[in-house]
Design a protein around this ligand. Sequence first.
Ligand SMILES: Cc1cc2nc3c(=O)[nH]c(=O)nc-3n(C[C@H](O)[C@H](O)[C@H](O)COP(=O)(O)OP(=O)(O)OC[C@H]3O[C@@H](n4cnc5c(N)ncnc54)[C@H](O)[C@@H]3O)c2cc1C
Length: 411
Amino acid sequence: MELYYDIVVLGGGPSGISASISARRLGAKVLLIEKNGVLGGMSTAGLLNVWCGDSYSKIFQKVIKNTTKKTDSGRRIFSPETLKYEYIKLIEEYGVDVLLHSFVCDVSVKNGRIESIKTASKSGYTSVFASNFIDATGDGDVANLCGIPFEMGREDGLTQPMTVEFMIGGVDSENALFKQARGNAYLQQKMQEYLSDGRISRPVGLIILIEALEPNTAFCNMTNVIGVDGTNVLDITKAEFEARKQIPQIIKFLRENVKGYENAYVITSACTVGARETRRLKGKYTLTYLDVQDGRFFDDWLVDGAKYCFGVHNPNGKVDAVIGKPVETGKRYTIPYGCFVSDKIENLAFAGRCISGDHYAHSSYRVMPICFAMGEGVGSCVAYAFANGLKVNSLTLSDVKKVQQLIEEEI
Ligand SMILES: Cc1cc2nc3c(=O)[nH]c(=O)nc-3n(C[C@H](O)[C@H](O)[C@H](O)COP(=O)(O)OP(=O)(O)OC[C@H]3O[C@@H](n4cnc5c(N)ncnc54)[C@H](O)[C@@H]3O)c2cc1C
């Protein structure tokens, strides 16, 4: 099978959804390709239920309008189940075409341009031809197939742990600990005891429990698998196994120690292990720790108003999961055009957690509200390039200023 589009977005997570909507809004014929049977990436298939950080993304505002509630502790929580059809409504509203159950497995590149990408599915191989492409796979799969260089992990190559999220029932919501559990000295000590005598296998450590919209339930972000590469299928398989084996141990720990979880049980777990950190593609500019910490303003921004702390879950799997640098910045920052394009391929841009940044900057911009903003910026940028016959990776500052006006329009 062969398909023809103006713009093709690979990966239907937060960044891919917003990139496809933004490009479609500006008149391009857009196809969004996703390997799962649901759109939303980590926000649905990954069974997350809380938005961390913030951005000025208008599409994110649309998504949260009827789906999200602010808790007493200030968390913005949602139901991943609800998002599954909210995304369908949104995609249909804008007229984006979608191909689910389709894994992007190959690219055809000629003279520095992608001619087509290939997907594998029940239909066999499908070749999709387009003028421009956006890699929103989280892992930079498409850019990698094109030979764009990347970095992974911190200086010693270790990456943040992989995690299977799960949902807990039987919670006494009125009395249960949620955000307070994380810094609770008694629980930390108990966790140390369980780790020392093997009742919980390392590297489970941090106690991360999130209140849910559904009564008497909670979400748990506590399984941890370290020393695995989220782009290696053998490691991904190992991580699925290890994380799922940790779930009964964690439930037992919660029942025995944490207030409100005495009758806790597992309702369901994510259908896929989540990778916090894989390829960080080498773009024309690499966003740094200091850019984020200082709240740097770039004239050629494609993302404005990004805000989150440095959220590094320790690659060593120790309990003190967040590294020793200042964690909270309190400042909003911008992400420039150069983080989303490379010198190598003229008709490809990237969005989401695979963009060009260092290990620490990545730990901030990887959260979902910022990924939505990336998709919005990149979708507008690529649609602008398409409409004006320009190379995606060669826009001038004056072009990017025009893209900024598009991003700021009402949607
Ligand atoms: C365990 C964990 C907990 C987290 N907790 C939070 C949290 O509480 N709040 C928060 O805001 N952020 C959280 N994050 C971060 C956030 O979820 C991700 O960084 C964010 O979802 C990245 O968005 P994305 O669009 O780049 O990628 P993703 O959400 O990963 O979406 C990428 C999409 O591309 C698809 N895809 C991948 N490869 C291919 C391929 N080759 N072909 C076709 N499709 C493909 C995937 O199936 C997926 O749907 C967490 C991350 C993890 C791993």
